[in-house]
Design a protein around this ligand. Sequence first.
Ligand code: UTP
Length: 287
Amino acid sequence: MLISKAVIAAAGMGTRFLPITRSIPKEMLPLVDRPVIQYAVEEAVACGINLVVMITAQGKASLEEYFDRNIELERSLQQRGKKNLWEKIHRLPDMANICFIHQKEQLGLGHAVLSTKEVIGKEPFVLILPDDLFEQKEIILQKMLGIYQKFHGSVIALRQVSHESIGRYGVIRAKHIDGNIYQVLDLVEKPRPENAPSDLAVMGRYILTPEIFPELEATAPGSGGEIQLTDALRSLLEKQEIYGYVTEGDYYDAGTIPGWLHATISLALKHPEFGPELRKNFFVSPE
Ligand code: UTP
């Protein structure tokens, strides 16, 4: 079955960015010339998605406004001959069909995904967590879609991480299948490094089958009183196979201030328009 819908979970509180996130959603923070959320939508579009289901929450209306048409601004830019700027903002609302779902209470990622059940229906779908940014974004979801077509099970993105940092992630126990493909045997949320079943951490890209919804409905609130997607995936494992794809290439965690700074600096230095000047000003040697 072809996958035509992508869920973007953007309802989290973003407490790691406080005080900024008192009034600005972390997904609206800029990464060079676009907000973080735009990278996620572009990624969904690049892998052929027809409908983006964006989950937002109270205080995040700017996400919806950002992808809406602003006729007055467009007219004013046209009248003043600012064609480049007009093109930039004119194409935004047409980038993708986006529907917004409001998560009324921030009860965790699992709860957020469950709120899309009616819109997704009985189809497999892509789930994107916009905080996780990959340099090879076109490749990752395409590869994962290929794995889904071959094995017909859910697929999660994985990344090899260091022993010291493994406790920050969901970690899998796995059987190697071929190349970068693994079969997931178990999932553990934030293990102590000495108990981690592997060095393969779960990243924010998933292909999920609709069978995840009954598992989410049956999942009791776990750590922090939140409904965890990892718990639902664990119970899904008893019924369906789940596969993992190990991503390589640069990765940024734009959900933390150090990660966002890292992403901003790296992407700015690589930017064709801004990079050369920045390198000169900061005496960074050319690549
Ligand atoms: P995080 O665990 O990063 O939480 O969410 P957060 O609230 O976004 O950020 P902090 O920890 O307070 O700084 C992981 C993903 O799940 C989504 C987030 O938007 C992010 O994409 N999420 C989380 C929801 O959509 N709803 C929730 O209730 C919780």
